[in-house]
Design a protein around this ligand. Structure first.
Ligand SMILES: Cc1cn([C@H]2C[C@H](O)[C@@H](COP(=O)(O)OP(=O)(O)O[C@H]3O[C@H](C)C(=O)[C@H](O)[C@H]3O)O2)c(=O)[nH]c1=O
Length: 196
């Protein structure tokens, strides 16, 4: 299992080892010990999610506010996506910057998206199944979003706007400079106790 830093050092690409043989393949898709050894801290994932989408679907850019901010460990079981994580930590040297990586059933790459980032993906093949771990439970009250087409972010989603299929909520999201629902850089969101 390889861990690769990206241009935003807190966003990590994980490349599991594929053991192929004449039956097919075997992959360890998650190892808590190896992840903790690489990161230097433990992430207590508590919920697994899965979504299926057709080509052109764009989910995101979403995040949850503290005390329900989520780390996400995302991968594609079937199909292909362009996965995007945006730094929304005020004061961060990479504030408003993003990392975009193609994740697919074929390349088996995963992306670790820490708390403090907005996350989204555009689906590049029909019947794509997206699966991910989160380290905080779903909280509709803390659910927030950023406009996928925010010109300041200038994300290249590969597909053109006419090919995109958005949910209603993703059409109405604020631009990064229109929302106060952001994170502070330098705060350790992994040690904060749950607020009442
Ligand atoms: C996220 C979530 C949703 N739901 C319910 C709420 C809705 O009835 C339905 C669809 O939810 P939503 O439209 O928010 O699903 P996505 O657009 O895939 O949202 C996700 O997409 C982007 C890419 C993310 O990074 C987040 O994990 C998440 O926001 O599932 C749950 O019951 N539990 C959950 O954890």
């Amino acid at each position: 299992m390889q861990f690769v830093r990206t241009d935003i050092k807190d966003i990590v690409i994980i490349e599991p080892k594929v053991h192929g043989d004449d039956r097919g393949y075997f992959v360890e898709t998650f190892r808590a010990d190896k992840l903790e050894e690489f990161l230097g801290y433990k992430i207590n994932f508590c919920q697994d999610n899965e979504s299926k989408s057709s080509k052109g679907v764009l989910r995101g850019l979403h995040y949850q506010l503290s005390p329900y901010a989520q780390t996400k460990l995302v991968r594609v079981i079937q199909g292909r996506v362009l996965d995007v994580a945006v730094d929304i930590r005020k004061g961060s040297p990479t504030f408003g910057k993003y990392v975009a990586v193609e994740l697919s059933a074929e390349n088996k790459k995963q992306m670790l998206v820490p708390r403090g980032f907005a996350h989204g993906f555009v689906v590049l093949e029909d019947d794509t199944i997206f699966a991910y771990k989160v380290d905080n439970y779903y909280s509709p009250e803390c659910d927030r979003g950023i406009a996928f087409d925010d010109r300041d972010l200038n994300i290249d989603w590969i597909l053109n706007k006419k090919e995109l299929n958005l949910s209603g909520k993703d059409i109405k999201q604020p631009k990064l400079n229109e929302t106060n629902d952001l994170f502070e850089f330098g705060v350790n969101y992994y040690e904060r106790k749950k607020e009442i």
